[in-house]
Ligand binder design. Structure first.
Ligand SMILES: [Zn+2]
Length: 111
């Protein structure tokens, strides 16, 4: 029996989409032009795992964000650095290994 559609829709995407330029720069999410050499990069799939470079919790947030909001800078295994939200304002230690997912158009750290 094949898996049902409703199950698949609730699953976060396994890999993240990024872009890799001929000069080596990888950007997540993908961009139309490389920030270093301005060429058009290719879309690639990247492993959604990395380590925490910095993490903080914000108690006064912009409209559309629930407080407290955890924000982390994560260096992915591919070398790209991404800003992520954390669930329920959770914070992480520097160098802690984390897994990322794209949820409602935002990068989130998995619990
Ligand atoms: Zn480039």
């Amino acid at each position: 029996m094949t898996s049902t559609k409703s199950e698949d829709q609730n699953q976060p995407s396994i890999n993240l989409i990024g872009s890799q330029c001929g000069c080596g720069i990888i950007t997540v999410p993908p961009v139309n032009f490389c920030r270093i050499c301005n060429k058009k990069p290719e879309e690639i799939s990247v492993t959604p795992q990395g380590k925490i470079l910095a993490c903080t919790r914000v108690h006064v947030t912009a409209k559309g964000f629930l407080a407290p909001l955890g924000i982390a800078l994560v260096e992915l295994q591919c070398g790209a650095k991404v800003m992520c939200n954390t669930q329920s304002g959770q914070t992480y230690q520097i160098d802690e290994e984390v897994k990322i997912l794209m949820k409602d158009g935002r990068l989130m750290i998995c619990e």
